[in-house]
Design a binder for this molecule. Sequence first.
Ligand SMILES: Cc1ncc(COP(=O)(O)O)c(C=O)c1O
Length: 420
Amino acid sequence: MKLWYPYRQMKDLGQVPVMVAGKGTAMILEDGRRLTDGISSWWAVIHGYNHPDINNALIEQINSFSHVMLGGLSHPPALALADKLVEITPAGLNHVFYSDSGSVGVEVALKMALQYWKNTGHVGKHKIISLKNGYHGDTFKAMEVGDDSDFSNAFVDVLHRGYFLDTPAGGFDADAATIQQEASKLEDLLKIHAPEIACFILEPIVQCAGGFRIYSPLYLKAARALCDQYNILLVLDEVATGFGRTGKLFAADHAGITPDIMIIGKALTAGYMGHAATLATTRIFNGFLGDSYDKALMHGPTFMGNPLATTVALKSIEIIEKDHYLERIAAINAVIRNEFEKIESPAIADKRIVGAIGAIELKEDSMMAGFRDYAMANGAWLRPIGKVMYVMPAYIITDDELRKLIWIMRDWISHIYANG
Ligand SMILES: Cc1ncc(COP(=O)(O)O)c(C=O)c1O
C-alpha cells in the first residue's frame, strides 16, 4: 500500500472506499454508491460538497493568482478576511495570525501565550493547563495539551506535560453548585501554581474528539474570571466548535466572554482546503511590539493567508450570514432532539446534544464493531469515535436526510439490543 492513511493500523487496512464526486451532502463513490455524509468530513464541509458560489469565488481567484507569500506582502482576500474575522469573533480579538491547519493554529496560540509572558518580563511562566479528554491536534505542543493517549502514547517519553483538570461535570445546564465545585478545582491549582502557568487552553462548550463531552458556559465564565484574577491567559480552541457548530457563531458566545487568544480552523475554509487563524487581543499583540526581532512572533507557515484559502473563508462567512445559518442550525438541533428522544436502549450510556451535534455513547467499545460498514450499507457515512456514534452534518442537510442518518444509528442500537 503506497498511500499511508491516518489513525490506522495499515496491516489490516482492508478496502478503502474511493470518492469520485460530491454534491451537497452526497459523497459519490467509485462503484456508484451514494453516501450521505453525516459528519461533514471531519466537521469541515459545512456547506456540503461542491458549493457553486464557493467554486465560482475560487475560480475567479485562481484566474488572478493562487498563491503569494505573506512575508512582506499582502493581498485583498487576506486583508478582508482579517477584517471580517475581527468583526464576527468575540469583541476584543483584534489581531489575526493565519496558518495552515488547526494543529498549527494551536502551536501558534501556545507560542503566543508563552512568548507574551517572556516579552513582558514575567519569568518562569512555562506551564499550560488543559482539560482531561481534550484534543488540540497532532503536532507536538498540541499533543502535550491533549489528553487522548491513543494519539500520544508513542511519545509519552518526550512530551512535557502541564496540568490537566477534569472535564467540567453537569453538562450544558449544570447547576451553580456544580460550576462552583468545578471552578474551585481550577482555583486550587492557580492558588499554588499560577506563577509558573502561562495559559489555560480548552475547547469551549464541547470537547469533540474526546467524545463530545458538553459542559456549561458558566464554567467558561468562571475560567475567564479566574484567569484574570491569577494573571493567566485564557486560550479557546474553536477549531471544531467555531462557525455555528454549537448553536452560536462561536462557542465563547454562549458565555459572552472574550479569550486572550482563540484558534479557528476546519469550517473556516468549509472543507475546501486546510487553513486556520489564531486571533489575539490587543494586549497580547502589543506584548510583541519592540525595537528588535527578539520580541516578534517568529512563525510563518509558507501557505499562511493563502489567497484561495482566504477567498473561500470570506465566501463561506458570507453564505453563513446571508442564508441565516444559525436558524438552520437551530432547526437541525430540533430534529436531533426529537429523534434522539425516541431512541432508548440498555446499550446506551448517554445521549448528548448541542447545536448541530448529536452524540450517543454506548456502554462498550465492542458495541460499535461493524457500525461504519452497517452505515455504509445503508447509504450513510458515519464514523464513530470509540464508543460514541454521532451526527455533525453539513448545515445544508435537509430534515429528511438528517432523520435517515439518525434512524441508521437507532437501528444499529436496536440490533445490539436484539443481540443481547
Ligand atoms: C479542537 C481541535 N483543535 C485542533 C484540531 C486540529 O486541527 P487539524 O486537524 O486541522 O490540524 C482539531 C481537529 O480535530 C480539533 O478538533
